[in-house]
Design a protein around this ligand. Sequence first.
Ligand SMILES: C[S@@+](CC[C@H](N)C(=O)[O-])C[C@H]1O[C@@H](n2cnc3c(N)ncnc32)[C@H](O)[C@@H]1O
Length: 276
Amino acid sequence: MNSRSLEKNIDWHHWMKRWDAQQSYHLPVREERFQIMLSTVETLCSPDCIVLDLACGPGSISQRLLSQLPQSQTIAADYDPVLLKLGKETLGNAQGRLHWLKVDLNDPQWTVQIREVLKSVGRNSLDAVLSSTALHWLTTPRLIDVYREISQLLRPGGLLLNADHMAFNPSLPTFLDLAQQDKDQRKKLLNTHQESEGFQQWWEAIESNWLAIDPSLQALFDEHNNNYDVRDRRYGKALASLHISALADAGFTEVETIWQRFDNRVMLAVMGGADE
Ligand SMILES: C[S@@+](CC[C@H](N)C(=O)[O-])C[C@H]1O[C@@H](n2cnc3c(N)ncnc32)[C@H](O)[C@@H]1O
């Protein structure tokens, strides 16, 4: 039997639901954060906007955006072959409104592929870039460059919405302590609800299920595991104030947090220049 017929036995929707469940298990406010991001796009962009779902995983943001804004298009970009496969098989191309891309944000050339998709759909620039629980994977110098690269893809007045943990300044020890206590409490709660599936368990479960059905998918897991092994462990240290300065340096004229739970934030940045 060829790989395509074996893959028919994989329940893609089941694994997508399990992805959302394990992400929400670690981050119970995940859907609320998504809703803030989507309603911001709905309020500030036109109904036929084109949005980049950056470091999309299996495309949870794209899935929600395409359903909430039925004339919109999204480009879903990530470097993980397993998550991209899961997203593509579950969501397809949404009648040509969803464009999947494999890009590595550590390679400055990633924007070339985005521009090619924009050109293919007759657009010059993006209306918005949305990212969740992802940019902390980049080192701080790379994050600063990625913000500049994003600014070059956005139209004047375009939006960047980044949902992630962004730390308080060291000059605010009380705030740092509060944020840490919130994380510790969450960890304690996770340890007492061990029947729910966490990130690591999800990866082990999907690997063993998919490979039992189609061993030829091994190459995807090898690439995924290699990405983890070589990743720079200095990730995730950028303070909220650094995000704000880096975004201002990149040409965003308005930058502020629009949703927050301790150091977990949705930051909105608006691109400078006259609107189209
Ligand atoms: C925790 S997941 C979040 C996925 C999705 N945004 C969500 O909220 O469900 C982090 C994502 O960042 C992606 N990622 C990390 N480093 C990356 C890089 N250098 N280039 C592209 N994607 C990257 C991972 O592959 C993963 O899909």
